[in-house]
Design a protein around this ligand. Sequence first.
Ligand code: UT7
Length: 325
Amino acid sequence: MAIIRSVIRGVGAYLPKRILTNDDLARMVDTTNEWIMERTGIEQRHIAADGELTSDLGIAASRQALVRAGIDPVDIDLVVCATATPDRTFPATATRIQAGLGISKGAAFDVQAVCSGFIYALAVADNFIRAGQFKRALVVGAETFSRILDWNDRGTCVLFGDGAGAVVLEAQSQLGTREDRGILATRIRSDGRFEELLYVDGGPGSTKTTGHLRMNGREVFRHAVQKISGVIEETLVSTGYAPDEIDLYVPHQANKRILDGIAKKLGIPTAKVMITLARHGNTSAASVPLALNQAFEEHRLREGGLVLMEAMGGGFTWGAALARW
Ligand code: UT7
C-alpha cells in the first residue's frame, strides 16, 4: 500500500572560521592535548565570532542543504530548529532562520532537547510530513555552546564547540515496505530524573541569566552507552533490521570512547561509524547533521544505503532514527 515518507533530499553544514585547538585550551585551563585526545578524541573545535549568532550558523547550513536538494527556500513549509543556544529567549531561532531564508509561509519553531535535539526535530518533522500537514521541511541543528561554557571548568570547556547542520525533507509516495527510501523509523525518549547530571545553571525563568553548562561527565558517560544502545535496538526491531544491515552509523559526536562502546555492543564495525568529533568536538544538536554532511562530502551516503542516527543529551533525552538515503 502506498504511503508518504519523508525523503532526505539534501544535507548541509557550517562551521565558524575560528578554530580553538587543544593546545590553545592548555594555555587557558589545567589540561593537555594528550588528555583531551586520549579521553575524548577531540582535536579542535570551532568558535563563533562576536556577533555571529546561532541563526547565522543555521542559515548558512540550510542554504547549502537547499542548494544540494535543488529546492527553492520559498517551497519550504516547515522549519524546525533544534537548539539549546537560541539567539534570544524568544522568538524561536527557527523563525529567524525562516526569515533569513526569505520564507514567509508555513510554520517555524524550535525544539529543545539539547544534544538529542536533531533526532527530536527529525522525528517531529517526519511525523508532520507523514500526517500530510507539510510537504517540505527544513530540519536544522544549530548551536553556539561557546556562549554557555564556563571557560574555567576544564571538565566541560574542552568538550564543546559551535556549528550547524541541516537536512531538507520532502514528502514522497513510497510502497510502504522496508525497502522504501526516506525516514523508516524514529524513537525519542527522555527521563527528567537525571537533570542534575547535565544542565545549565541559569535561565530566564529562574535566574534571569543565561547560566553555564554543568556536567557530571563520568555519570553521563555511564548512562550514554546503555541508553543509546537500548533505543537503537528498539528502532531496529521496529523495522525488522539487524545491526549488520546498517550501511552507515552516524552518531552524536560527544566522545570517541562512547561511540566505540556502542558500536562494539551492537556489533557495528568501526569502518561503518562516522566519527567527526576530532574536527569540531561536541556541537550538541548540530553533531548529527555535521557528521551526516561529512559523510555526504566523502561519498559515504549512497542512494539506497541504510543510515542509523542517534543522540543523547541533557534531560536526559535520547533517541535514534533510521533512514534509507
Ligand atoms: O553530549 C552530551 C553528552 N555528554 C557526554 O556524552 C559526555 C560524557 N562524558 C565524557 O565524555 C567523559 O566523562 C569526560 C570526557 C567528560 C571525562 O572523561 P573521564 O574519563 O570520565 O574522566 P573523569 O571525569 O573520570 O576524570 C578523570 C580525571 C579527574 O581527575 P582525578 O579526580 O582522577 O584526579 C578529572 O579531574 O581527569 C581530570 N580531568 C581533566 N584532566 C585534564 C577532567 N577534565 C580534565 C581535563 N584535562 N580537561
